[in-house]
Design a protein around this ligand. Structure first.
Ligand SMILES: Nc1ncnc2c1ncn2[C@@H]1O[C@H](COP(=O)(O)OP(=O)(O)OP(=O)(O)O)[C@@H](O)[C@H]1O
Ligand SMILES: [Mg+2]
Length: 489
């Protein structure tokens, strides 16, 4: 078979001597046997690669083959029965491990297949596949990790793309992949994570969580995160500010915290000083605070309680100075939570300026000096502006519930929080859908996470109060309290 070069076929068969030269590419005809060898080699490469990448599948296939050869059908049925029983027992006995090693990976693989099928089309139509030198370059689909509610899809960017390009097309991606919402999380240079929410884990009201006999002050269960995992709030070694418009459900966070701490209160290792200027919220479970701490509604009583707390805290700091750097709760020196509902009323709206200033001074002292000696301030307010709450930056952990204006999310969670997905102003004002919903920043993640607090109903509070009235004496049980680091907000 002959091969032509471009020179040889120039102007071939053109009788016009003045015609401009026409150049054609040379044509090479590869022999059929070379094509067969190359394709066979590629097939072999793909098969070996697949076998090397799936060792578990290889073992399973080998077991099936050996059983079939030796024992035929009865053997295969026996193997299937053993595997099934093992899986069921594992799922029943160690559900967490089963979910981690079986359910999640299988779900992730299944969901990855879904993304793979739509990937090229969605990227191209969503204009995230740029053209370079005449070719379309697709971002690379990476690992997919799934929960029953969300998928986290790893993506390797095309050189020159940024996370902002994806953030601008988030709506296209959500529609394209059939998700409710798509959020863009940056992972590392050149890569990002798409968080696609398939089902809203927070759509229904979450009933009050069961009281766990073992309290971890660094991870109190308060509700649920958007991916279905528990929302844990840290109170040890921090202060917490809860901001939300009226009816946002601040009460449910406060009561969930109190509920989670009950065993620690009962054992005398923790105390709650409750300031309730609106009288409505905390007074309902007043017996709890009267038994395991203190309760005040009148501004003068509140300021006295706060100032006493400051004095006690400073006395404790004097006692513990030089002995320990971090506070470990004991019956003698319990962990103290100073709970202030409607703090703005005390710091901004109270007519008596002298009391206002005293409250501000006491709260500022508690928040700046209390962390290491076992004092935590949990304050709730409706309006997060600086004029209302000048000391808001003294609270390391902040929770943004439904807010009136878009820029208020940044005031609570820090600059850029709303751009990163904390749309607190869009939370529904319908209590059945939006009450208790909030955005928080987790320690491990710069991006805000959507959460919902469990709803502690009046009956639950009444039961808690009746329970502590029934056993007012502290009962010191070993192993009630830890302050382990947890994945808390
Ligand atoms: N986590 C929740 N889940 C479901 N519904 C809730 C939740 N939290 C609150 N609600 C509903 O919303 C209503 C208002 O809640 P709550 O009193 O806690 O709001 P708030 O933020 O304290 O408002 P305010 O600032 O006016 O005191 C409650 O009566 C209840 O019906
Ligand atoms: Mg309230």
């Amino acid at each position: 078979m002959s091969t032509f070069s471009g020179d040889q076929i120039a102007q071939v068969n053109n009788p016009d001597p003045f015609a401009p030269p026409v150049w054609r590419s040379p044509v090479y005809h590869t022999p059929g046997w070379i094509i067969t060898i190359v394709q066979a080699w590629r097939l072999l490469e793909a098969i070996v690669g697949f076998l090397l990448r799936h060792p578990l599948l290889d073992v399973a296939a080998a077991v099936i083959l050996v059983t079939w050869l030796n024992l035929s059908w009865p053997g295969l049925i026996l193997v299937a029965a053993v595997v099934l029983v093992t899986l069921v027992a594992w799922r029943w006995r160690w559900p967490a491990g089963f979910s981690r090693f079986i359910t999640r990976p299988v779900l992730g693989k299944w969901r990855r297949w879904h993304y793979q099928r739509h990937w090229a089309a969605v990227m191209t139509i969503g204009r995230l596949a740029p053209a370079y030198q005449g070719r379309l370059l697709l971002p690379v689909l990476g690992k997919v990790s799934s929960t029953p509610y969300t998928d986290r899809v790893a993506v390797r960017l095309v050189s020159g793309q940024s996370a902002a390009d994806f953030a601008n097309r988030a709506e296209n991606l959500a529609h394209g992949f059939g998700a409710m919402v798509c959020r863009v999380r940056t992972a590392r240079p050149g890569a990002l994570l798409l968080e696609l929410v398939r089902r809203d884990a927070l759509a229904a009201i979450i009933p009050a969580l069961p009281v766990h006999p073992h309290v971890n002050l660094k991870a109190l269960p308060v509700g649920r995160r958007e991916d279905g995992s528990p929302w844990l709030v840290r109170v040890h070694g921090t202060h917490v500010l809860i901001a939300g418009a009226t009816g946002a459900g601040k009460g449910s966070i406060i009561w969930s915290l109190v509920r989670a701490m009950l065993p620690a209160l009962r054992s005398g290792l923790a105390r709650i000083l409750a300031a309730d200027p609106k009288v409505m919220e905390l007074a309902y479970g007043r017996a709890i605070f009267d038994t395991y701490g203190c309760h005040a509604c009148d501004p003068l009583a509140i300021v006295t309680m706060l100032e006493t707390a400051v004095t006690d805290m400073q006395a404790r700091a004097g006692l513990l100075a030089g002995k320990q750097r971090d506070h470990t709760p004991t019956v003698e020196h319990p962990f103290v939570v100073v709970l202030v509902d409607e703090v703005a009323f005390l710091t901004a709206y109270l007519p008596d300026k002298a009391i206002r200033e005293r409250v501000k001074a006491a709260l500022a002292t508690l928040t700046t000096q209390g962390r290491a000696v076992g004092y935590c301030v949990v304050a709730a307010l409706q309006d997060p502006r600086k004029e209302v709450m000048s000391i808001r930056n003294l609270f390391p952990d902040r929770i943004a519930m439904r807010l009136d204006e878009p820029e208020q999310a940044d005031m609570v969670l820090g600059d850029g929080a709303r751009d990163r997905g904390a749309t607190a102003d869009l939370i529904s004002s319908d209590p059945s859908i939006g009450a208790g919903v909030a955005f928080v920043r987790l320690e491990t993640d710069p991006d805000p996470v959507r959460v919902r607090a469990a709803w502690v109903s009046d009956d639950d509070i009444r039961a808690m109060a009746a329970d502590c009235a029934a056993q007012p004496e502290p009962e010191l049980a070993p192993d009630v309290l830890t302050i382990e680091a947890g994945a808390a907000a």
